[in-house]
Design a protein around this ligand. Structure first.
Ligand code: C5P
Length: 226
């Protein structure tokens, strides 16, 4: 059977990362977290003291970045210049900076091209590849075999995000996170419309659905496509 490509988009807290990894594991295929690439560019700019407003300079960082993501769903490790930055790119500091990188159209063109290449190579090698992000169903892989857009209520998204960040119960920490997630949604939505499904994209609301059920729903779509 031909290699299967699966594109999964959605906002922070929609369950996108968890679902995408589990689907990739179940298929024993490849996995690509495209958000990690934008985060890695933000991290490198910070490390190099590159002004995020300088579009050309940030694009140069993206173009020359020695980035190794791996496509192993179980333990995707992000390595830049030989340094493991898997944890470093998940901080709130990077989350606050990443939209400035993601709204840079020069950077997007560079990363989107790399993402297409990684996705096709992993699918060819491993029989399938799941790529997740904001614009996979629309720009990176509009011709993917399966395209899914995840959504969830704001409350569910904030709850999952807080758990992910292992936030304490303080009101202040939660308010700060909420502000940040909503600001990021707003900034990101100026780049690509990822809250409404494009034609041919399957919408899946994860609010009251267990992760396992979402995974099964995606796997059913994969079985249909095969
Ligand atoms: O998915 P994650 O929260 O790690 O993504 C981090 C940021 O990367 C997003 O807020 C968005 O600005 C950017 N991004 C994007 N396009 C993608 C994936 C992520 O613009 N395909």
């Amino acid at each position: 059977s031909h290699p299967v490509t699966i594109a999964i988009d959605g906002p922070a807290g929609s369950g996108k990362s968890t679902v995408s990894r589990l689907v990739a594991q179940r298929l024993d295929g490849g996995f690509l977290d495209t958000g990690a690439m934008y985060r890695a560019v933000a991290w490198a700019c910070l490390a190099d003291g590159v002004d995020l407003e300088d579009r050309e300079a940030v694009a140069a960082v993206a173009r020359d970045l020695d980035l190794d993501l791996g496509t192993e769903p179980a333990g995707a490790v992000v390595v830049v210049r030989g340094q493991d930055i898997t944890a470093a790119i998940r901080t709130q500091e990077i989350s606050a900076l990443v939209s400035a990188v993601a709204t840079n159209t020069l950077v997007r063109a560079i990363l989107q091209e790399r993402q297409r290449a990684i996705m096709l190579e992993a699918a060819a090698e491993r029989g399938s590849c799941v790529a997740e992000g904001r614009d996979i169903t629309t720009v990176v892989a509009p011709d993917a075999d399966v395209r899914v857009l995840l959504s969830a209520s704001e409350e569910a998204r904030m709850r999952r995000r807080a758990a992910e960040l292992e936030l304490d119960d303080s009101e202040e920490a939660r308010e700060r996170m909420r502000d940040q997630v909503l600001r990021r949604d707003r900034d990101d939505s100026t780049v690509s419309e990822f809250l409404r499904p494009a034609e041919g994209v399957h919408p899946l609301d994860t609010t009251d659905v267990s992760i396992d059920e979402v995974v099964e729903a995606v796997l059913a779509l994969v079985a249909q496509a095969r």
